[in-house]
Write a protein that binds this ligand. Sequence first.
Ligand code: ADP
Length: 488
Amino acid sequence: MPETALKLLMVASEAAPFAKTGGLADVIGSLPPALHDLGHDVRLIMPWYRRVRDVTGNLRLNQRQLLIPMGDQVYRVGFRTGDLRGVPVYFIDVPELYDRPELYGEHGQDYPDNAERFGLLSRAALELVRQITFVPDVIHAHDWQAGLVPVFLHQQRGSDPFFAKTGSLFSIHNLGYQGVFPLTAGRALGLDESLLTPDGLEYHGQISLLKGGIRFADQVNTVSPTYCREIQTPECGIGLDGLLRSRADQLHGLLNGLDSQLWSPADDLALTHTYSPKRLSGKAACKKDLQEKLGLQVSSEAPIVAMITRLDTQKGIDLVLESWDKIMSRDLQLVILGSGNPDYEHRLTEAASFYPGQASVLLGFDDRLSRRIYAGSDMFLMPSRYEPCGLGQLIALRYGSVPLVHATGGLADTIFDPLESADQANGFVFHEYRHSSLLHCLDRALSTYAKPENWLKLVLRGMTLEISWVHAAKQYEGLYHLCTKELK
Ligand code: ADP
């Protein structure tokens, strides 16, 4: 047990295994259980999406319902209770808002009522803890979808003794998604006029829910030290760098961990063959199976370079498309699993069609297939324009697929190039966001791959790297104590 066990409430829009579109779900699926294991009383609140029901089955609807006023409307809010490895999860059930095929939008378009959907999540979180008389020491809100939690808490703390000693931590998992809506949406959320100003949530004539979280939380963090520095600059701050700099004393950069229970090639049920650093033969078998499954030429020699990614400008897809023919002129195979921007989906599929047997582009979000690709590939390409932390490269390390990355954000903090730090080397890094730099980096990786002994060293160093959630959870513990310090 820690010296002081804390009561912690997490509010987020996705969590593995219930609903996942990206790394946020990995974090929320792992950080709360890690904190629970450290002895804290942790609860999680998230929406009851259609997709959650597909995973958990039809969890019983609690008899109590909440009537929550927001703007001119009153919402009837149900909740269902589930479990995340010991952490109680309260799923907020409002069918007209969450019972939809996707989490945030369809066919490349956001749902038009996202302000209302996630405004209500934030409002309901505060009402629910009151209903169940769980007085949190800290509410930990994640990304723009929970950005109003610190705002509402800040407002209520002054007048409501229930929250008088509750602090808030706001985590930025990606500054690129700011939850920007018209001012009218702010009014419909019942936000006071004083909040619709530049000193509040106003952002270029609109409102930003992410800005609300940054502005009103007691402490703020992002998910790597380098990204924490980057977002405080005009180049990467997307208009919020001034606010972030003004909060520099309360702004922290904490690297994500990787859950060894969920990501382990030694006992991953999705794999056709398992393997470990001491018994690597299964990895070669996974590679062969992957080549057969995807219709690639079966060859142990040609390295498989993989990408598993949202298809978004953030992820450097344009760089890959620009260099496509040059990449394919090398002795390698390319596998891309991704979904997102329809234009990228189309262009990548077309580009792959010219290289049958050598390139495979798979569209969609498929956890099982992603695991088989991490396991079957030799290199993992992540040329992100910017990357808050990145989990793809961490999973790749664990599965013995050597990362090739652009030096930005969390990629710069986790991947080390033999040219820069021979003792720590676990991948290859390029510094200029240019296709010539990417190709040069790829060529250096290919020449090391041609020397099996050197390559094996890199693979093993990655597979055995200590990147657990225990360490990260302990750092969060420190931040939670900072959040409550001034309230005692
Ligand atoms: P981001 O959160 O920006 O999307 P991260 O690298 O932090 O990027 O996390 C991405 C997570 O989502 C990883 O767990 C990755 O394996 C997973 N992922 C991304 N795209 C897909 C996909 N098309 N199918 C399955 N998993 C995916």
